[in-house]
Design a protein around this ligand. Structure first.
Ligand code: HEM
Length: 421
């Protein structure tokens, strides 16, 4: 059996049309590499049929097309949502206030305000904190010998990083981590959608309180900077600040955590690449970029077309939702040599893990620092790592990765001796 796409009118075989990209189970049950290869080759603009009472949407899988659509914030908008859950629900209540779902002049102005808050001074302070944290946590984990790398290291570093930048008190980090973990994805298969909704609301409430505290008692942190920021002479409202704190904590926590977990998992299975990292025959910078390409924790983002857009031999009609698949673009064989091979020395490596264009990830610098410091600490303090059990995968149609990673480290005593220096 085959079905027709909406406007490109190409035949779609059942092995494609049967894959439901909205269902989180799909990503655990299907060979998604084979699926994306097939879409890139034969159906670069594919109409995903409506499922579970939600509207259908376009799926774009080739690197060049994904880039072209990310770049185009004139004919496409993020203001009706940028992730499947809001796009298919018809909108995002933070549109026009939260950076990622704001476009036009307001987006430019807000992005400039946030970039100022991410000043080189603020960033270098946080980067130094990341290095200290990564070295301490990884040295401790290696000394313990065995444990869950996800819970003990990868969960702590990103939240401490964004928390440090925003000025979230350390005593609240564990509470926020519990909430961010169930906001976008779930460790459990059967988490009710209301739970994610409640978790997101609790984060918003938490930041409302913190913004009020910073207005009363200013500190040297991003929230305080935002309370003093204005656009065209108008100060940011509490709600503007709260939405953007929310977006920083969600944007900065889960993605980095999943990348760290994935990279250790991958290194445990790729002894030749681990050797290159350990011996220093690849730079930390290229290893970081390849790790980011390999993990691609944010599988997709999306837009809504404002006018008809011609792409990949078809037409996205005004009003249609289109999804851009980083997961597929980062394995596009027309851009990356042997894309399914991990090569820590890969250059060039123009992966699309952080998106592209006007909404390019605001936290890319920090995320790179986190991954780089993690790789540096691992290669210094350990001779290698072995899995001691099967990791658990997360359930999401936005993010991909693992929520647990049970491992045993082989300590490098000479390296460990430098840990406290
Ligand atoms: C935007 C990925 C880490 C904050 C984005 C986008 C992607 C992305 C793909 C584009 C979304 C779109 O076009 O709709 C990632 C990945 C990360 C990461 C893979 C880690 C490996 C961070 C961190 C922060 C952050 C650490 C904060 C400190 C943001 C913000 C935006 C964004 C605020 C919206 C930018 C805008 O709309 O102008 N991120 N991110 N991200 N990211 Fe990240």
């Amino acid at each position: 059996m085959s079905v027709q796409t909406a406007t490109s009118r190409t035949e779609v075989p059942e092995e494609i049309s049967a894959v439901n990209l909205v269902d989180t189970k799909t990503y655990l049950e299907h060979d998604m590499d084979a699926y994306w290869r097939r879409l890139r080759a034969d159906h670069p603009l594919y109409w995903h049929p409506p499922v579970d009472g939600k509207p259908g949407f376009w799926v774009v899988s080739r690197y060049a097309d994904v880039m072209a659509l990310y770049r185009d914030n004139q004919r496409l908008t993020s203001e009706k949502g940028n992730v499947l859950v809001t796009l298919l629900a018809g909108g995002d209540s933070a549109a026009g206030q939260m950076l990622a779902v704001t476009d036009g002049r307001r987006h430019k102005d807000l992005r400039n305000v946030m970039l100022k808050a991410f000043s080189p001074r603020a960033l270098s302070k946080v980067a130094a904190l990341v290095r200290v944290n990564a070295r301490r946590m990884i040295a401790d984990a290696v000394r313990r010998g065995e444990g869950d790398f996800a819970a003990e290291v990868a969960s702590v570093i990103p939240l401490t990083t964004v928390g440090g930048l925003l000025g979230v008190p350390v005593k609240d980090h564990a509470y926020l981590l519990g909430l961010t973990k169930s906001s976008l994805s779930s460790d459990e298969a059967d988490q009710a959608p209301e739970e994610a909704f409640l978790a997101r609301n609790e984060i918003l409430l938490y930041f409302s309180d913190l913004v009020a505290e910073r207005r009363a008692d200013p500190q040297d942190d991003v929230i305080t900077t935002l309370t003093r920021s204005e656009i065209n002479g108008v100060p940011l409202t509490d709600q503007d600040i709260v939405f953007n704190c929310y977006s920083l904590i969600l944007g900065g926590d889960e993605t980095s955590r999943l990348t760290m977990i994935d990279s250790l998992y991958t290194l445990s299975r790729e002894p030749e690449q681990w050797k290159r990292l350990k011996e220093g025959s690849v730079t930390l910078e290229s290893a970081t970029e390849e790790t980011l390409r390999w993990a691609t924790p944010a599988m997709n983002f999306g837009r809504t077309a404002l006018v008809d857009v011609e792409i990949a031999g078809g037409t996205i009609k005004a009003g249609d939702v289109v999804t851009l698949w980083n997961t597929s673009a980062n394995r596009d064989e027309s851009v990356f040599d042997h894309p399914y091979v991990l090569d820590l020395g890969r250059t060039p490596n123009k992966h699309i893990t952080f998106g592209y264009g006007p909404h390019f990830c605001l936290g890319a610098y920090l995320a790179r620092v986190e991954v780089k410091e993690m790789l540096d600490a691992l290669r210094t303090f350990t001779r290698g790592v072995e899995l001691t059990g099967e990791p658990r995968r997360i359930h999401s149609n936005l993010m991909t990765g693992m929520s647990t990673l049970p491992v045993r480290f082989l300590p490098d005593e000479a390296g460990l001796a430098t840990a406290d220096s």
